[in-house]
Design a protein around this ligand. Structure first.
Ligand code: CDP
Length: 215
């Protein structure tokens, strides 16, 4: 068994888990893996090749050849890539193809640091069920839509807030209802509602929970 300390941060789209997980990694001196970026990169690669993200053969081929160092961060942050991500993410063989990569990162974080923070949908339930600290980050859909809309607007997208809300609700539904590793809190996860919290306050609350969990 590896001695790496894993912090699992799960939750729905734009709940604040990415910002939080990145800050937690810096705070504890751990490595950080945004597992959503893997599904986004797979979905994006399928679309780039002119394929359909729901097509299992195309999606699995993209997942098996995923190259972490070649993920184009800008291209995978679009709403279309998020949509493609949730389609490929519902395919069990795609999830299986990138399981070892995630577990390997958690067990042997790059740079020889003592732990890893992974954020996603199934880190606490499937990828690292033995993680000693698990957060499930939530926020009301309207708040999440507003945050995501601000982010997209900052990067020049003309999408409306109502459309972002609709997309988020559809993605929540697909992520929670799929048979393969559905999005749900682990039994031993701590729920953190960031609806009415600033980034700073959410970070403080998360550190208090994690410090207690890690003893
Ligand atoms: O940034 P945002 O919260 O919108 O999404 P993300 O974390 O980048 O994830 C994009 C999509 O990938 C999600 O809607 C899920 O369908 C899928 N995903 C997953 O199934 N399992 C994970 N561990 C992470 C993401």
């Amino acid at each position: 068994m590896s001695g790496s300390i894993v912090i699992a941060v799960d939750g729905p789209a734009a709940s604040g888990k990415g910002t939080l997980a990145r800050r937690l990694a810096a705070h504890y001196g751990f490595a950080y893996l945004d597992t959503g970026s893997l599904y986004r990169a797979v979905g994006h690669a399928v679309r780039q090749a002119g394929g359909d993200p729901s097509d299992e053969a195309a999606a699995v081929a993209a997942a098996r050849t995923l190259d972490l160092s070649r993920i184009d961060d800008k291209a995978i942050r679009t709403p279309e890539a998020g949509e493609a991500a949730s389609l490929v993410a519902a395919i069990p063989s795609v999830r299986a193809a990138i399981l070892d990569l995630q577990r390997g990162f958690a067990a042997n974080p790059p740079g020889g640091v003592p732990g890893a923070v992974l954020d996603g949908r199934d880190i606490g339930t499937v990828i690292c069920p033995g993680a000693p600290a698990k957060l499930f980050v939530i926020a009301r859909p309207e708040i999440r839509a507003h945050r995501r809309w601000l982010e997209l607007n900052n990067s020049g997208s003309g999408v409306s807030e109502a459309q972002v809300l609709e997309d988020i609700k559809e993605r929540d539904r697909r992520d929670a209802e799929r048979a393969a590793s559905p999005m749900k809190p682990a039994d031993d996860a701590h729920l953190l509602d960031t609806s009415d919290l600033s980034i700073e306050a959410a970070f403080g609350a998360a550190v208090a929970i994690i410090d207690k969990a890690l003893g």
